[in-house]
Design a protein around this ligand. Structure first.
Ligand SMILES: [Zn+2]
Length: 278
């Protein structure tokens, strides 16, 4: 009897069925993505290595093993803030992603961004514009939310296509990886993703000593810069308006987690800024 299908057909059908099965499983956020958490982590590691090399070549990346005591102290302080945020049970992938912050020494750029899988980059420009740890916690919470809610993976998939991302995971398409690394600092999310990141920045800070509207205070600072004629890069990817600030404040009030900023949050933050005067 003539065979109707080649063995390749069966292999392809089997793989497609596997993909469909895996894509039927919901992630911890209750969403169905073909891209797995392991894919997020693997792509994130590759994109972070690429991002590191971009800022390293400009002499701007503060290495995690930088021997200067003030740089070590700055990393220790930021990691302590991140650890407080990660105690929130609202962070779905605290264990899997690990969440690692890297500081980029560029006082003129007001920006922060995240790769898939939880690598967060913060520019000294943004750190130096803020007044206390609570405001920085608001920014970090917002960026952690972009990774944790997997916005970065979804945005990259939309922009480059799933097959390109999968080929990068297979070690192919290195040119695209370079392009993704270069574009990450100005990657735009949809309005829904931004609203969700703002929402979770409030949720995450609810379980910390920080006031959970830290992101609202942060956005006010960015707005001040814009009005002073110095539009921050962060606002080019984060349309800022009164509605956004009000939504964060309203949620914090509704959640009853608006707290007075502690004196130590202000004095410790001054120490952080001093340590980053390089
Ligand atoms: Zn954002």
């Amino acid at each position: 009897m003539k065979r109707l299908f080649s063995s390749n057909f069966y292999v392809a059908a089997f793989m497609a069925a596997g993909l469909m099965l895996s894509s039927c499983a919901k992630d911890k956020n209750g969403e169905r993505l073909i891209f797995s958490i392991e894919d997020d982590i693997a792509l994130g590691n590759q994109v972070a290595a690429q991002t590191d090399s971009i800022y390293r070549s400009k002499g701007q990346l503060l290495e995690l093993n930088d021997p200067r005591p003030n740089v070590q102290a700055a990393y220790a302080q930021i990691n302590k803030i991140v650890d407080k945020i990660l105690t929130s049970d609202q962070v779905s992938y605290a264990q899997e992603f690990g969440y690692e912050v890297k500081i980029i020494h560029d006082d003129n750029t007001l920006n922060a961004f995240a790769t898939p899988g939880g690598h967060i980059y913060v520019f000294t420009g943004i750190i130096k514009k803020l007044d206390n740890e609570d405001q920085l916690a608001g920014v970090l919470g917002h960026e952690i939310a972009h990774a944790d809610r997997r916005h970065t993976s979804k945005a990259l998939e939309r922009q480059y296509g799933l097959s390109v991302l999968l080929s990068i995971l297979l070690g192919e398409n290195q040119n695209q990886l370079v392009e993704i690394g270069a574009g990450l600092a100005t990657l735009k999310f949809g309005r829904d993703a931004e609203t969700e990141a703002d929402f979770y920045s409030v949720e995450y800070l609810g379980d910390t000593p920080y006031t959970c509207d830290g992101a609202a205070e942060f956005f006010k600072k960015m707005q001040d810069e814009q009005q002073a004629g110095k539009p921050p890069v962060f606002l080019s990817t984060h349309p800022n308006d009164e509605d956004r600030i009000k939504a964060i404040s309203d949620k914090a009030i509704a959640d009853k987690c608006v707290k007075p900023v502690q004196q130590s949050s202000v004095s410790d933050y001054q120490t952080l800024k001093n340590n980053l005067t390089l």
